[in-house]
Ligand binder design. Structure first.
Ligand SMILES: NC(=O)C1=CN([C@@H]2O[C@H](COP(=O)(O)OP(=O)(O)OC[C@H]3O[C@@H](n4cnc5c(N)ncnc54)[C@H](O)[C@@H]3O)[C@@H](O)[C@H]2O)[C@@H](O)CC1
Ligand SMILES: [K+]
Length: 579
């Protein structure tokens, strides 16, 4: 499990720590982790020269960490510059850097932000690693000048360096030149100290310009921006430097790893059969989108449902049964239902069928997953339920556009108008939480990082899915996985004679999201675990997964990889006891 805490909580824990240990001692430990990361990244570049590091230094202890880090690197014969961008930089850090032979660059801070930024850009050219020590946990609000312009110019330079490299690669057929690994990685890598400067929102929102990192070496504990989107899209690989702080307050957000999923997963024992493993009922597809159900049903079956029942248009039933002959067309007992993929609001017969199953599930307190068409038909479907309440075991799976539509419909926006998709994308945690408050349901807000939020619970955020997973049908596969997970959870509770709780269901749903993302990674040719290496300080440079790593996939590739993803989770989970 990866846990992220509020910045103020972590700062307090660090204060408590430095009350018992000298601050410089703690800072040197932090700086040591930054220096080690830089040295490893440079070593992996396989350079004929020693390598060069440039630190961008602000006025606080974040800048102090950066100064101590370059001091350590300079002592191991790496060429280092430190660009001092504050009138009063950390004095002992400056001294340490100077003593170690670091070249201190002091742009004239009385000049325009652009002139200062150009001085920075000149220093950065040709370096291998940029250490971002402008602002850390002491940052307040959007970056001020000259940092904002410095960051803008450095970002532009990095993008340009990437483009030039791309052109070289495209030219290779004419020149016969094949860029090697070291050339591929010629763009300077950015190592953020504690957090990329400019990212400070406690809810993952991003205000103003920031410097995205390839690796973030974070101190003490993970900050919210390390896991919460959209900020988390800019932290790169996160490495935790364990300072030995103790935090007893609840997390701001958590992410399940393979071992947690292995623990949460229902596995069949010798006395199990299809009904005790969970029967999933799927209502998907319509005359407009007849074949959506194929993906939902196959995904549910491959996730390990004991049985999958399917209701949909006649032509779709044939397609479902030809692909998954194990599916059952006849209605009957079920433990969780999935309503909505490929469901058209104009298909009255199908909406009526979905409504009937929803009433059955609601009356029996069974989990139900509401996706796509069922979210669009919210008013018609939910108004049929007693009190118009969907219940705690409902799982809503909107993407940002659907969440905006639903929030608008529920009147969750401002007085003047509804919520836009862009607003949800800018503050996904805020709006997922709002949606869960309005409905009482578990909300799975889909995106590059998917949030799983239940009322009053610590939100889960899962980052496994590569960008290639954003493809037609991927959401249908997720919905199929989730209904199988929900059916298994319900079946297990029935066996134990206990009520399935919303908190338990939310955790299992997060595990289902992990399986979907991990299956997509495997399908795309990536290794199952995203190299987040949060507690390993032995990173290899190839662990820094570049944007766009992997290869294109289609939704059915994800389904095919589901069993392998589950196998990986179970292998990382506990050895179960038969008793
Ligand atoms: N306190 C501790 O126990 C430890 C702190 N450490 C480091 O210290 C950092 C926190 O240090 P500080 O509290 O000095 O704070 P920071 O260094 O994060 O930020 C303070 C500096 O940034 C400026 N600043 C704040 N908001 C700004 C904005 N929006 N635009 C431009 N400048 C802005 C302030 O004027 C000040 O100069 C951590 O992020 C971490 O890197 C680590 O060394 C570990 C131990
Ligand atoms: K920073």
């Amino acid at each position: 499990m990866i846990s992220a805490f509020d910045t103020a909580t972590i700062r307090q824990a660090e204060y408590d720590l430095v009350a018992h240990a000298p601050l410089d001692h703690v800072m040197k430990k932090a700086a040591g982790a930054v220096a080690e990361t830089c040295a490893q990244l440079i070593a992996a570049r396989d350079l004929a020269r020693a390598g060069r590091v440039v630190a961008l230094v602000g006025g606080g202890d974040n800048g102090g960490d950066a100064l101590y880090a370059v001091a350590m690197l300079a002592r191991s014969a790496i060429e280092c510059d430190a660009v001092i961008l504050h009138a009063e930089p950390h004095p002992r850090g400056c001294q340490a850097a100077e003593d170690a032979g670091v070249h201190l660059v002091r742009p004239d801070l009385s000049r325009s932000p652009r002139a200062v930024a150009q001085a920075v850009a000149r220093t950065v050219i040709g370096c291998d690693v940029i250490i971002d020590g402008l602002v850390g946990t002491g940052g307040r609000g959007a970056l001020r000048e000259p940092f904002a312009t410095v960051v803008t110019l450095v970002r532009a330079g990095l993008a340009d360096a990437g483009d030039r490299l791309g052109r070289t690669r495209r030219q290779s057929p004419q020149t016969g030149h094949r860029p090697g690994t070291s050339e591929r990685s010629r763009r300077p890598l950015v190592v953020a100290v504690d957090t990329p400067s400019g990212l400070g929102g406690e809810d993952g929102s991003v205000a103003g310009v920031h410097l995205p990192a390839d690796v973030t070496v974070t101190m003490g504990a993970l900050k919210p921006q390390a896991v919460l989107p959209p900020a988390s899209y800019s932290v790169g690989q996160v490495r935790l430097c364990d300072l030995g702080v103790t935090i007893s307050t609840p997390e701001r957000a958590r992410s399940l790893g393979a071992g947690d999923v292995g623990c949460a997963w229902s596995v069949p024992g010798p006395s199990d059969h299809k009904y005790t493993r969970g029967v999933a009922q799927v209502v998907a597809g319509s005359t407009e989108y007849p074949f959506t159900g194929v993906m939902c049903v196959e995904a549910a079956a491959r996730t390990g449902a004991g049985m999958v029942r399917y209701s949909g248009p006649a032509e779709a039933s044939l397609a479902v049964l030809s692909r998954v002959p194990e599916a059952v067309g006849a209605p009957g007992r079920f433990q969780a239902c999935l309503l909505g993929p490929g469901l058209s609001e104009r298909d009255d017969a199908r909406i009526e069928q979905a409504g009937e199953l929803m009433r059955t599930a609601h009356a029996a307190n069974l989990p139900m997953v509401l996706d796509a068409g069922a979210l669009r038909a919210w008013r018609r479907l939910v108004s049929q339920l007693p009190g118009g309440e969907i219940g705690p075991l409902a799982v809503l799976t909107p993407h940002a556009g659907e969440a905006a539509m639903l929030l608008t419909h529920l009147g969750a926006g401002s007085q003047r108008g509804g919520i836009s998709r862009a607003e949800v994308e800018a503050e996904p945690l805020r709006w997922a939480t709002r949606l869960t408050e309005c409905t009482g349901a578990i909300v799975v807000l889909k995106g590059a990082a998917t949030l799983i939020v239940a009322p009053g619970e610590i939100p889960y955020v899962q980052h496994q899915a590569p960008a290639w997973a954003g493809t037609a049908g991927s959401g249908d596969v997720l919905a199929g996985i989730l209904v199988a997970v929900a059916a298994a959870a319900q079946a297990q509770s029935e066996q134990a004679g206990a009520e399935l709780t919303q908190a338990d269901l939310a955790r299992r749903i997060a595990a289902g999201v992990w399986v979907h993302g991990t299956a997509a990674r495997l399908a795309a040719g990536l290794r199952p675990d995203r190299p987040a290496a949060v507690d390993a300080l032995s990173v290899q440079a190839e662990d820094v997964e570049p944007i766009g790593a992997g290869a294109p996939i289609i939704a059915t590739d994800i389904i095919a990889a589901v069993p392998q993803a589950i196998r990986h989770a179970l292998a990382a989970g506990p050895l179960r006891y038969a008793g």
